[in-house]
Write a protein that binds this ligand. Structure first.
Ligand SMILES: NC(=O)c1ccc[n+]([C@@H]2O[C@H](COP(=O)([O-])OP(=O)(O)OC[C@H]3O[C@@H](n4cnc5c(N)ncnc54)[C@H](OP(=O)(O)O)[C@@H]3O)[C@@H](O)[C@H]2O)c1
Length: 319
């Protein structure tokens, strides 16, 4: 299928991602799935200071979980923590400051966390970046790639031993439906070729997250992996796309609606019973390609992608 036809399919799909589509999907949700206590379980949530991440942290804190908020802005994180504590009465909420574009620091953070904490049950890779200009970090990596793809990879790989020794371990990646218009591309991971289009670079990273999740699930059978699309949600990230925001603002989901499937994947028994490595929307497993799409990749390409990620991760690992 051509890029043009895929995009048309995708645009038709826009209606599936709105608030009203969430409300109709919610009619089939099983209410008791989220009627659980997760007291004694710990959850790391990246980008938890606003939007979907903050709504996820609040929903899990309400259910008694210990929360590790990993955020880059200390003031925003402290403000969000205070609001979550006030709303939920749960004080087991810890802030960790980290900028995911600083690749070496992601390693240092994860390795230190592993030494300090005895368990981590759930890792939620939620933080996402859409810089519109190409910028590189000190390792020479394009910053959106460092934040959207390499940071979740490093965090997950480094924390695997801790997750594996914790009960019912899960990893959840927050992707986006926009990845449906992208095929995995491994020849230009640093987006050096052609015109730099921040939205399409972001879409490529969200495809990479889907492939990464599928491959990590195969490599780590003791951990339950999933990746999801939250729908179109009214958050600062959506506002950062002015045309999109203007045309969609009355139809966007609330952060709580966007967070619903993440929370379901993180706490419910029903989600853990699903196969590992799959893509979800509105508590349902869905295909990772549009009908007749040209976006499929061979297993060889996917494995090559994972090898490249491992090489890039190793190159920035402190000794
Ligand atoms: N909103 C939507 O319609 C939509 C649709 C599909 C997918 N998503 C995905 O949902 C996830 C959450 O986004 P959101 O919509 O809730 O927007 P948001 O409120 O802007 O949340 C994004 C979070 O990522 C953090 N972040 C960005 N760059 C970072 C960096 N370099 N280091 C550390 N943290 C960084 C942000 O921190 P700061 O607060 O410091 O900026 C913020 O906490 C993202 O992965 C996004 O791609 C959103």
């Amino acid at each position: 299928m051509s890029l043009y036809r895929s995009s048309i399919w995708f645009l038709k799909g826009l209606s599936e991602y709105t608030r009203s589509s969430f409300e109709s999907a919610a009619k089939r949700f099983v209410e008791k799935d989220l009627d659980v206590s997760v007291a004694g379980r710990s959850f790391m949530i990246t980008g938890a200071s606003s939007g979907i991440g903050k709504a996820v942290a609040t929903a899990i804190a309400k259910r008694g979980g210990t929360i590790h908020m990993v955020c880059r802005n200390k003031d925003k994180a402290e403000e969000a923590r205070a609001e979550i504590v006030k709303e939920t009465g749960n004080k087991e909420i810890y802030i960790h400051i980290l900028d995911f574009t600083e690749t070496r620091k992601v390693w240092e953070f994860a390795e230190a966390f592993k030494k300090k904490f005895r368990s981590l049950n759930v890792l939620i890779n939620n933080a996402g970046s859409m810089l519109t200009q190409r910028e590189v970090n000190t390792e020479g990596l394009e910053k959106n790639f460092a934040c959207n793809t390499l940071a979740p990879y490093i965090l997950t790989k480094s924390l695997v031993p801790l997750l594996e020794k914790s009960g019912d371990p899960r990893v959840i990646m927050v992707s986006s439906g926009i990845m449906l218009v992208k095929k995995l591309r491994i020849g230009d991971l640093q987006s050096q070729r052609g015109r730099f289009d921040g939205t399409m670079v972001y879409a490529q990273h969200k495809r990479q997250l889907v492939v990464m999740t599928e491959q990590l699930a195969k490599a780590h059978a003791n951990i339950h992996f999933s990746v999801m699309h939250p729908g179109w949600v009214d958050t600062p990230a959506a506002e950062a796309m002015p045309d999109f925001y203007q045309s969609m603002k009355n139809k966007l989901r609330t952060p709580e609606q966007g967070a619903d499937t993440v929370v379901w994947l993180a706490v419910s028994e029903a989600s853990a019973a699903k196969p590992s490595g799959r893509f979800f929307q509105d508590r349902k497993m869905i295909p990772t390609h549009l009908p007749l799409a040209w976006t499929h990749s061979s297993l060889e390409q996917k494995e090559r992608f994972m090898t490249l990620l491992e090489e890039l991760a190793k190159a920035s690992q402190p000794h």
